[in-house]
Design a protein around this ligand. Structure first.
Ligand SMILES: NC(=O)C1=CN([C@@H]2O[C@H](COP(=O)(O)OP(=O)(O)OC[C@H]3O[C@@H](n4cnc5c(N)ncnc54)[C@H](OP(=O)(O)O)[C@@H]3O)[C@@H](O)[C@H]2O)C=CC1
Ligand SMILES: CC(C)(CO)C(=O)C(=O)O
Length: 307
């Protein structure tokens, strides 16, 4: 399968490298600075599941240089969804590719479907903790490296089956979901609570778990996203909340969200995409989400201007 990775950061570079390691042609569509860094340093993964250096590193800076593309693994940040990115995605869709977005959040799905056509956007998400070091190599620190995906349109079933085979061959946990929309909302619930509280409070998960008032705040956020999902016709229930709490208790004490890591590094954060997105969707339904609204107000000052 011909794979294009658009967004060769912590997440996209990890899964792209794993697919290349399994013998699939992977092209990394990158911007100039990342291209230079990859040419200079190559691409390495440091992971508890096995280190790897990409042997056939195929870097492209222009969609014109991509002849064949079956799937685009889209792993940019929410604030990267701009005109330049869309025009690259449209060019790749015209060449026959379908797009597998792995971003945290939920609003981008409808946005991409509106821009690219419903049949061209698969559902996808990931449970992993990874970051880039100063050389642009991937540091993967969780045991989990799960990529959960599935069809959002009936025409995508065959491609999803082929992707399942590709991911099965790779050193990663690819899971084909029969209800990816529910999976996306479930992840959205987890990440809104996890990233909201860690980023607003500058707290690791361990401190949150040890402080009952703070843990209760995270639980209130889980409940608010559940209400929002239900208002949008997606049946998140209390079992999902309990599983989300179990997941959060499974991470090590020093673990934190990718948004909090970005706040610590002084980088732009996905506050608007994640928390702001929930508030916009809630407004459409006449819902109030007071805990999310408060967290949004606290993290908004760290959302630096677009670079
Ligand atoms: N890291 C993690 O542990 C996890 C992250 N996620 C989610 O995955 C998504 C990606 O996160 P992450 O990988 O950490 O982010 P990174 O910031 O590490 O990577 C994003 C990459 O996208 C690239 N990019 C942006 N716009 C373009 C463009 N127009 N063309 C080409 N490349 C572009 C950036 O390149 P450039 O260098 O040019 O800016 C950057 O390398 C986010 O939504 C995040 O919330 C989900 C689960 C875990
Ligand atoms: C919750 C977690 C670590 C799971 O992958 C995540 O998605 C993030 O921090 O962005």
């Amino acid at each position: 399968m011909n794979i294009v990775v658009l967004g060769a950061g912590a997440l996209g570079a990890y899964f792209g490298a794993r697919c290349e390691e399994a013998g699939h042609p992977v092209q990394f569509l990158v911007r100039y600075n990342r291209a230079e860094q990859l040419r200079k340093n190559g691409l390495k993964i440091q992971s508890p599941n096995g280190d790897y250096q990409v042997s056939n590193l195929n870097i492209v800076e222009d969609t014109k240089d991509i002849e064949q593309a079956d799937v685009v693994i889209l792993a940019v940040k929410g604030y990267h969804l701009n005109e330049e990115l869309l025009s690259n995605l449209k060019a790749l869709v015209q060449k026959g590719a379908r797009v597998l977005p792995l971003l945290n959040g939920i609003e981008h799905i409808q946005f991409l479907q509106d821009e690219l056509g419903e049949e061209n956007v698969l559902g996808g998400l990931s449970y992993i903790i990874s970051t880039l070091d100063d050389n642009g190599h991937v540091i993967h620190s969780s045991a989990q490296h799960d990529l959960i995906f599935g069809p959002l349109h009936p025409s995508q079933t065959e491609l999803c089956n082929e992707l399942e085979t590709v991911f099965d061959q790779a050193n990663m946990a690819g899971v084909l979901s029969s209800n990816i929309l529910l999976g996306l909302w479930n992840k959205y619930m987890v990440i809104t609570a996890f990233s909201g509280v860690t980023t607003a409070g500058d707290l690791t998960l361990g401190t949150i778990r040890e402080t009952s008032n703070t843990m209760r705040l995270a639980e209130e956020v889980l409940h608010e996203v559940k209400l929002l999902a239900i208002a949008k016709g997606v049946n998140l229930n209390n079992d999902h909340i309990e599983k989300a709490k179990e997941l959060l208790s499974g991470f090590p004490s020093e673990a934190t969200s990718s948004m909090h890591q970005d706040r610590r590094k002084g980088m732009q954060i996905e506050a608007d995409h994640l928390l702001g997105g929930a508030l916009r969707l809630a407004a459409q339904e006449g819902l109030k989400l007071p805990h999310i609204e408060t967290l949004y107000a606290l993290v908004k000052p760290y959302e630096l201007k677009m670079q």
